[in-house]
Design a binder for this molecule. Structure first.
Ligand code: GLP
Length: 264
């Protein structure tokens, strides 16, 4: 894992967007894995700015989102499809037909999940997967006790996650109990995984994911098995890491990271 600790969320988001920008320009037909939640929003804003001001072209990009609530229609204000349209897709030149979000209304959820996996494979696999992290360590919606071998499937949300996400709904009772999510096994097959985490509320989950044991109780710890996982943190989210000084030294000595003007 590579751990990049930036002074604040904005700087970390800009660096992450620069990594994605470079990767998109390098590969026609790039496949981008996308995440929802508040965390990636500044990073998406930076991708939009790069599209508008620096010619970043999404016309041949294909995207697959991590997850969706079960039972929410695509136009529901809290659906992840609507979130993606509003926060990113409506502002860049991606072909809407090339954007995929799991279908929370599928009549046969198991078949839809198997099809989602098949579609990712047919697209050539995910080149860069964007990830946030839940306060309980979940990635996508893979809650604690999710198998590291899990694939796209439906599962039940924890009370903690429903409470964390209640701010997007009229009340806690309106938060769905179920979701569809790429599995941890699916996420581990991405060529590069970029995780963003900001704020003190993520510090325990991040410390467990990076420095704790591989453990189904912290699903993000599965990233220790990923061959190219890059974790972008602000100071608060990094505050409980024991080897912070070491990560900072590795970052500062890396010619790759120093090649980004966002680091200067
Ligand atoms: C949701 C999403 C996750 C996301 C998490 C954190 O539960 N399914 O993909 O990482 O929220 O959200 P936030 O970034 O708002 O803290």
């Amino acid at each position: 894992m590579e751990i990049m600790i930036l002074p604040d969320a904005q700087r970390a988001s800009e660096l992450c967007a620069a990594v994605i920008d470079r990767a998109i320009r390098a590969k026609p037909g790039f496949v981008l894995g996308l995440a929802t939640g508040s965390t990636p929003v500044p990073m998406y804003r930076e991708l939009i700015r790069r599209h508008r001001e620096e010619g970043l072209d999404f016309s041949r990009v294909r995207s697959f989102n991590l997850d969706e609530y079960l039972g929410l229609a695509p136009d529901h204000p809290a659906s992840y499809r609507r979130f993606m349209n509003e926060q990113l897709f409506d502002h860049i030149n991606i072909d809407p037909a090339n954007t995929r979000v799991p279908d929370g209304l599928a009549a046969d959820i198991d078949a839809a999940c198997a099809q989602y996996e098949a579609d990712i494979r047919a697209a050539g696999g995910v080149d860069v997967q964007v990830l946030g992290i839940g306060s309980d360590g979940h990635i996508g919606f893979n809650e604690p006790a999710s198998s590291f071998a899990s694939r796209t499937r439906s599962l039940t949300l924890t009370r903690q996650t429903r409470q964390d996400n209640a701010r997007f709904f009229a009340s806690l009772d309106d938060v769905p109990h179920g979701c569809v999510t790429m599995g941890i096994g699916t996420i581990l097959e991405s060529r590069t995984a970029v995780m963003l985490a900001f704020g003190a509320g993520k510090a325990d989950a991040i410390a467990g994911a990076i420095e704790g044991p591989l453990c189904a109780m912290n699903p993000a710890s599965a990233l220790q098995l990923h061959p190219d996982a890059r974790i972008f943190l602000d100071e608060a989210a990094a505050s409980k890491l024991k080897l912070k000084d070491y990560y900072n030294e590795v970052f500062a000595r890396s010619p790759y990271w120093q090649s980004f003007k966002e680091v200067k």
